[in-house]
Design a protein around this ligand. Sequence first.
Ligand code: FUL
Length: 498
Amino acid sequence: MNLWKRTTKCRPGWWAVCLSGLPALCLAADPVPPPAPCGAVPSARQLQWHELEFYGFIHFTVNTFTDKEWGYGDESETVFNPTALDARQWARVARDAGMKGLIITAKHHDGFCLWPSQYTQHSVKNSPWKNGHGDVLRELSNACREFGLKFGVYLSPWDRNRAEYSRPEYLTYYRNQLRELLTQYGPIFEVWFDGANGGDGYYGGAREKRRIDNSTYYDWPDTWSIVRRLQPNAVMFSDGGPDVRWVGNESGVAFETAWMTINRRMIYPGCPNYAQYAPGQPDGTDWVPPEVDVSIRPGWFYHPSEDTKVKSVEKLLDIYYQSVGRSANLLLNVPPDRQGLIHDTDVARLKALHAILAATFKTDLARRASATATSTRGSSRRFAAANVIDGNPQTYWATDDGTTSGSVELAFNQPARFDNVVIQEYIALGQRVEGWTLEAEVGGQWRPIVAGTTIGYKHIARFAPVATRRVRLNITHARACPTISTLALYLSPQTPEK
Ligand code: FUL
């Protein structure tokens, strides 16, 4: 006999228990529904991308050997000759730095291909490296798999070597190359579309300036559809997405007030007024979160003269807090040298950075507290304050619809000492918070510790150490009822030396 069945006599979300001969009894299965999404929300591939947080960029090509940042396109393939290239070293260094993946310049603006593309002679196959039998992409994709890293590719749309550049035939060439990258090297987590175009170049010997209209020439939707079809889990980066957007600078700084959403149709790679869109737009029609690309050295490519200019650990730490700590992913460039190895200085800095981050975020002190809230959605345990300290990003504290402010208070049995707070929104339902403050009870009085505007996927703030038995997060403004998945507290080791 089927005792449990849905009947029209019950409201949606309620279940009827029907025992023969007795009137139906309605039981609430889920009386408090979750909040409706607020604005644009992330796709599944974007949610996975957010969790990566920190990964590396590898700029490597003929420029490494000619000491340039932008090759003209007339470089001989014979200049590419790393003497000890070891992609496993790159992957090991990245993994030991806490990076979750590597993105490589498969082709930079000079047009030289690090893999033996069948569509051009301008590649590793005509270089002395491994007598023309090498493939940097093969070596790096294998190394990434071995070291548990994701693998991504940068394929410069601007190509100063190619004769057809600026004509429609070039797009066929570009897309053929993209297909090679997307089908021959296993899963790709991110495809990086650069917006730069300086105009002049070799262009198969023409040696002239060529102008293209960035808004129409590349016909991006067509190229994007190739990526979607061949690598459905890959996110695509460019000034305007479609999945991940440029933060608008190359100095390692995301916006303090950062919206994950933009009006995507207004933007295209290389669009001239991009600066106005870079912080995101609270009413944006699409979820296109920011990525911070920055180099550990002044240049993107390796130059011996910059061996003494590698960013300090303190600077790298600032960059981490100003990117990952502001709901952006960090893409940190570490360029291999002419041997094909990451330089010892860069390796040492990355190691030191990782040691500090690992020590800082090792023990979440909030897990020892008990949590209460000023109000809880439908008074339901499913949306209780305790969810912010359960270590599970899938559970969250929420208030009733229309309640756009409120506080979560943590109480400790023993005073807790901390100098970092990590706050996360449950972004699967959109970005909501516009203002928050953190307070601690010190000497019987609530005192401000730190305040901010947006949160998004993750916000991290540093402050002078505080010791307290009571701390509270106040959501002061939100676009809809807040959904907070994490409130974590940490104590960092000593401030690093410069
Ligand atoms: C820029 C390029 O012009 C630089 O050379 C570098 O690749 C950087 C990541 O993007 O647009």
